[in-house]
Ligand binder design. Structure first.
Ligand SMILES: Cc1ncc(COP(=O)(O)O)c(C=O)c1O
Length: 376
């Protein structure tokens, strides 16, 4: 991998390790009204739509800010004031969509399962049958809280059988886990520059079915977050409404070049799956236990249960691993104390093997005999 020397390797869910090429793409300044920059934007949107095989049916609407900005923008643009959402929740990002709807004053109900359980398709089907007022269903593709892969294909098909609008937060999955709009007919999908497409943070985007977005004028409560307005203005002027994150877009353009050279979603999925396999195997050899079984684990981020060994102190472990060049991620689970290690970013099998060697040495230095958690 073309990494910047001496930079820490981020084993996190993003921002994540980016290639030297991607960082180097930011060494220029662009005028936001300049033709080269405008062409770069058009290319970016076209390529993002192509990743989801959605060029004929959907439009790409980019937005400044982190992933949550585009999630909030999509929800408040797409759900009218008299709409009602059903949110499938099994982690923090499902809950966050509920919080957004609280702020924006939209009605919603939830179907919640624990952080290590996917939603029930039967329960979804029943909720939609029993409540005709539900107009929109919101789901998270990979719930990064645990790393669980939610059954988005079945969810989308069920929602479409009931003819409701389907919105997917695919923040941590887009580009690494296939989502083909011709097979899985979602109405909107949101993601950001700094996850599996390996750009730098600062921009999100939504791919929205054009016929759905065309009906959304006046829904948004916020000018900045109005994706209908952003779409209309970009369509007529080819320019962003407000100062665009020029350097982020340039880096994203370079990152998408590398994504395509790697073989697109298939190539990225292959590398991340290999990272994930090596990580779990290596950690299990040290006694650690992943939260999820293999069939629920997305190759994005792995949650490990906290070891029971009294010599293990997470903060000390984290600090020592970081001193040796690898940044881990704290846990966010309510069901069990845990920590997380990401498999995504510009890292390959050699990096994961090297991280495992550091982890093994540090556990030895700390006097931790075994990474096994307390028996449940
Ligand atoms: C599934 C999911 N949704 C939303 C977000 C929020 O993105 P951000 O932290 O960039 O606002 C994240 C961040 O990791 C995520 O994983």
């Amino acid at each position: 991998m073309t990494l910047t020397p001496n930079d820490p390797r981020l084993l996190t869910p993003g921002p994540l390790t980016t290639s030297h090429k991607t960082k180097k793409a930011m060494l220029h300044d662009w005028g936001s009204r300049d033709q080269n920059f405008i062409a770069m934007n058009a290319r970016m949107c076209d390529r993002l739509l192509a990743i989801a095989n959605a060029s004929d049916t959907h439009v790409c609407v980019p937005l400044q800010g982190s992933g949550t900005f585009v999630v909030e923008a999509a929800l408040c643009t797409l759900i009218p004031h008299d709409g009602k959402a059903l949110i499938l929740i099994n982690g923090a990002y499902g809950h966050r969509m509920g919080k957004i709807l609280d702020y924006t004053g939209r009605a919603y109900v939830i179907h919640e399962t624990s952080e290590d359980q996917p939603p029930s398709i039967d329960a979804l089907d029943q909720a939609l049958t029993e409540d005709p007022d539900i107009s929109h269903v919101l789901a998270v593709h990979c719930e990064t809280t645990s790393g669980i892969l939610n059954p988005v294909e079945e969810v989308v098909r069920t929602v479409k059988t009931h003819d409701r609008v389907m919105i997917v937060d695919a923040m941590s999955a887009f580009g690494a886990i296939e989502l083909d709009s011709t097979q899985v007919p979602f109405d909107a999908v949101m993601a950001s520059s700094n996850k599996c497409l390996e750009g730098v943070p600062g921009m999100g985007f939504a791919l929205i079915r054009e016929s759905v977005l065309a009906e959304c004028e006046g829904n948004a409560h916020s000018l900045c977050l109005d994706l209908y307005d952003q779409w209309q203005v970009m369509r007529s002027t080819t320019q962003w409404r407000f100062t665009p994150p020029t350097h982020v877009i340039a880096a994203f353009d370079a990152a998408i070049d590398q994504f395509e050279a790697e073989g697109g979603v298939a190539g990225r999925h292959k590398r991340y799956s290999e990272n994930c396999r090596i990580l779990i195997k290596g950690m299990c050899a040290l006694g650690f236990a992943p939260l999820l079984s293999d069939n629920l684990q997305a190759p994005i981020i792995v949650t490990f249960k906290m070891p029971a060994d009294p010599a293990f102190d997470f903060q000390e472990f984290y600090d020592r691993v970081k001193e040796n060049g690898y940044v881990l991620y704290p846990g966010k689970l309510t069901v069990a104390p845990s920590f997380r290690i990401g498999c995504i970013g510009h890292l390959d099998a050699d990096d994961i093997h090297a991280a495992l060697a550091v982890i093994k040495r540090i556990l030895g230095d700390m006097g931790v005999k075994n990474g096994a958690p307390t028996a449940a």
